[in-house]
Write a protein that binds this ligand. Structure first.
Ligand code: HEM
Length: 471
């Protein structure tokens, strides 16, 4: 079999870089190991089918290939290899890092829980409470002091507080910083995720640093101990409530260790994604006032229609659902700046992608939502323009194929928190825009890949009360 594989040609593969004798692609891989997103964005457009091979990586932004990998030939492309194993310490056997039966069982319970009406109203209550009692007062204070705030940092803290409430019914108050224990939890979680994501970037193998307990691996051990201690405490004290942990704990087959892993996975999902999306959204709006004005017009007309025109009142879930233009603007901003811009899948067996690219067993297919957004063949000549209108027909939001827009992934492992994420993002975007004008102080806007796509150096903003106008 090995002989056959060696001799079968890769004629169909587009290989933009020269392979060196004996050492193959190693120099390319070493040079680009910590800039995978930029590298993929450079290589993909060179190929006529938007698929470039630098073994063991196949980078693609071809919708047919994406559909093949994440849906049609799903069983051949699990999560795995050195990327998932480098995260196993932190994610354990939670939904993000598992495959097969272990994944299927968690997926089944989680899909059921995420679709109940009670979880939606629980989420809405949390967002309302955190926004009204922490986020809005904090922004209001900054209007009087004139202080420049890092909006990315605020949104990350807001999301952390939200997801802890959702997962355990515990509020770490990382946004207002009034709980020492909560802040310690926030920083430990932040550190542990950051280190684990960057493990594969170092020239010294992380396993050696871990064995010697030095450098970033020592920091990881310390941070992980804090996170695990906190989460284990919640797991042990679980009692019947609305939070996710209590819901998962109802299944007697879930061990304490698995419940801990499940909770940590949900925390990562909820903590890193929506702040990334909202940071880019506010950054995009800062140079496109016509989009902000259209959102404000929509909010105003919904408030008038539902007689909820007192802007001290928070939005109801039905009102958020009616915000089609805001939904479209968020989708458009995530199209160009997807929180998860590049995802790997490992090939179990040799395969051929729909565009003819050969994939060998043990290779990674990396699909890039970021490059797909920048493809004229997918989104048209105006692909680089921010146009919420491309999502609307007669003012009503129209979803598109997840294989053309895999921002929330697609197929059997499609994101479970999509609806929850939109509720949270629309609530935050609407209540902030309604009250405040944000002036971006430094328009850097440089992507930096961590667990999600962050903005390098944060998003410094100056905040002013919005002067009510008749739009
Ligand atoms: C803008 C916000 C979000 C985006 C763009 C997003 C995107 C994604 C993507 C791309 C995946 C696939 C990851 C992979 O296979 O490696 C995923 C999976 C997942 N997401 Fe989200 N997500 C968002 C918010 C959330 C939230 C708020 C939650 C829940 C708290 C959540 C829960 C999950 C879960 C549980 C999975 C794993 C599904 C599985 O493997 O079966 N997501 N999401």
């Amino acid at each position: 079999l090995l002989m056959r594989r060696r001799s079968s040609p890769l004629a169909a593969n587009f290989t933009p870089l020269r392979r060196y004798p004996i050492i193959g692609n190693i120099p390319h891989l070493l040079k680009n190991r910590s800039r995978m997103l930029d590298w993929a964005s450079e290589l993909i457009p060179l190929s006529p089918t938007a698929t470039s091979t630098v073994a063991p990586f196949v980078f693609t932004a071809n919708p047919s290939n994406v559909e093949h990998v994440i849906r049609a030939n799903f069983d051949n492309y699990p999560k795995g290899g050195f990327i998932t194993s480098s995260m196993h310490d932190f994610f354990g056997d939670g939904i993000f890092n598992s495959n097969g039966e272990l994944w299927r069982l968690q997926r089944k319970t989680a899909s059921f829980e995420f679709n109940t009406k009670s979880i939606r109203s629980f989420i809405m209550d949390i967002v309302r409470r955190e926004a009204v009692h922490s986020l809005l007062p904090l922004l209001h204070n900054a209007t009087t002091t004139g202080e420049v705030l890092d909006l990315q940092d605020l949104l990350e803290r807001f999301a952390f507080d939200n997801v802890c409430n959702l997962a355990f019914g515990y509020d770490p108050k990382s946004l207002d910083g009034t709980s020492e224990e909560g802040l310690k939890f926030f920083h430990a979680f932040d550190d542990a995720t950051h280190i684990v994501v960057h493990r594969t970037h170092s020239l010294i193998p992380w396993q050696i640093k871990k064995l010697l307990n030095v450098g970033s691996e020592k920091r990881f051990r310390d941070s992980q101990a804090i996170v695990q201690e906190m989460v284990s405490r919640f797991v042990k004290s679980t009692h019947k409530q609305d939070d996710l942990l209590s819901r998962f704990a109802e299944d007697p087959t879930h061990s304490e260790e698995l419940l801990r892993d499940i909770s940590i996975n949900f925390m990562v999902a909820g903590r890193d994604t929506t702040p990334s999306a909202l940071t880019w959204f506010f950054w995009i709006l800062s140079s496109r006032p016509h989009i902000a004005e259209q959102i404000l017009r929509e909010i105003k007309s919904i408030r008038a229609r539902t007689n909820n025109d007192n802007d001290n009142e928070f939005f109801r879930i039905e009102e958020l659902r009616e915000m089609h233009y805001l939904h479209a603007a968020l989708s458009e901003s995530m199209r160009l700046y997807p929180p998860v811009p590049l995802l790997p899948r490992l090939a179990n067996e040799d395969d051929v992608l729909p565009d003819g690219t050969s994939v060998r067993r043990g290779w990674f297919v990396m699909y890039s939502s970021y490059s797909m957004a920048r493809s004229k063949s997918i989104w048209g000549e105006d692909c680089m323009e921010v146009k919420p209108e491309r999502w609307l027909v007669d003012g009503v939001y129209q979803p598109t194929s997840p294989f053309k827009y895999p921002v929330f992934h697609g197929g059997p492992r499609v994101c479970l928190g999509k609806e929850m994420a939109y509720i949270q993002m629309k609530a935050v975007a609407a209540c902030v825009l309604e009250r405040f004008e944000l002036e971006v102080v430094e328009k850097r806007g440089e992507p930096q890949l961590s667990m999600t796509m962050r903005m390098k150096g944060g998003l410094p903003v100056r905040i002013r009360e919005r002067i009510i106008t008749t739009l």
